[in-house]
Design a protein around this ligand. Structure first.
Ligand code: AMP
Length: 224
C-alpha cells in the first residue's frame, strides 16, 4: 500500500505514521527526517539543507525532489510506503505524480489531517525528539504522550528539541507554507484531491484535534 499523508507541522502526521506503519507494513519515509539524518551525519546534503531548515524555509526543489524520488525507488521500500512531508508545494506534487506514473506505482490513499494553526503551533513547541527513535512520540503539551520526566516515554532515551521547533518565526514560516492553498502544501494536497475526484486515488480527511487514538482509529477504518 502506498500512502501520502498531509498535516500542518504539529498536526500529528509523524505520530499517526509511526502508529500505523506496522499494521500496513509500509516504510515511513519522512522528508524532514532524511534531512535531519544527513545533518547529523555531516553529509554534503545535510550541510546544504541546514541553512534552509533552520529558518523554516523549504529546502530547494532541486535537492528535495530527486532525494525523495530516489528513496521511493529503493528496494527496501518496494513493499509499500507512507510518505510524510513531501510534497510540500505544487511543483513537488506534479513531479511526484509524474514519477509515480512513470514507475507504474499506484498511489492508494492520500490522507489530510486538518488542524487549526494555533493548536498546531502549541504542539510543535511541546514536541521532544528521542535520541533512539524518531518514531517515539513525546510532547509536553499533549497529555497522552507526555515524556517521562525528561526521558522518552517509550524507551527512556534522552530527549531533545529541534531548533526550528522553538523559533516562532520559523514555525510561522512553515505554517505559511503549509496553509497556502495557491502554491503551498495544501495546494499540493488538493492536487491529489482532484486526482481522487477522477478516481485515480482515494482522499481521506481526518479531524486532527481529536485524541491521538480517535484519529488513529478513524484512519485505520478509512484504510481498511
Ligand atoms: P519536517 O520535519 O517535516 O517539519 O521538515 C523539517 C524541514 O525540512 C522543513 O521545515 C523544510 O525546511 C525541510 N523539508 C522537509 N520536507 C521538505 C520538502 N518536501 N520540501 C522542501 N523542504 C522540506
Amino acid at each position: 500500500m502506498n500512502i501520502l499523508i498531509f498535516a500542518p507541522n504539529g498536526g500529528g502526521k509523524g505520530t499517526q505514521a509511526s502508529l500505523i506503519k506496522g499494521k500496513y507494513n509500509v516504510s515511513h519515509i519522512e522528508s524532514g527526517g532524511i534531512f535531519r539524518e544527513n545533518i547529523k551525519g555531516g553529509t554534503e546534503l545535510g550541510k546544504k539543507a541546514k541553512e534552509f531548515i533552520d529558518k523554516g524555509d523549504l529546502v530547494p526543489d532541486e535537492i528535495t525532489i530527486p532525494m525523495i524520488l530516489d528513496t521511493l525507488k529503493k528496494p527496501e521500500n518496494a513493499g509499500g510506503w507512507l510518505l510524510d512531508g513531501f510534497p510540500r508545494n505544487k511543483v513537488q506534487a506534479e513531479k511526484l505524480d509524474e514519477a509515480l506514473k512513470a514507475a507504474g506505482m499506484k498511489l492508494d490513499y492520500v490522507v489530510e489531517i486538518k488542524l487549526d494553526r494555533e493548536i498546531a503551533k502549541g504542539r510543535i513547541m511541546g514536541r521532544r525528539l528521542c535520541e533512539n527513535d524518531n518514531g517515539h512520540p513525546n510532547n509536553v503539551n499533549i497529555d497522552v504522550i507526555k515524556p517521562d520526566g525528561d526521558k522518552c516515554r517509550v524507551c527512556g532515551g534522552a530527549l531533545s528539541t529541534r531548533a526550528d521547533d522553538q523559533d516562532e518565526a520559523a514555525i510561522n514560516k512553515r505554517h505559511d507554507i503549509y496553509y497556502d492553498e495557491e502554491n503551498g502544501t495544501l495546494a499540493s494536497a488538493y492536487y491529489f484531491k482532484a486526482l481522487a475526484d477522477k478516481g485515480e486515488t482515494k482522499y481521506i480527511v481526518l479531524e486532527g484535534d481529536a485524541p491521538i487514538n480517535t484519529v488513529k482509529e478513524a484512519l485505520m477504518k478509512a484504510l481498511d
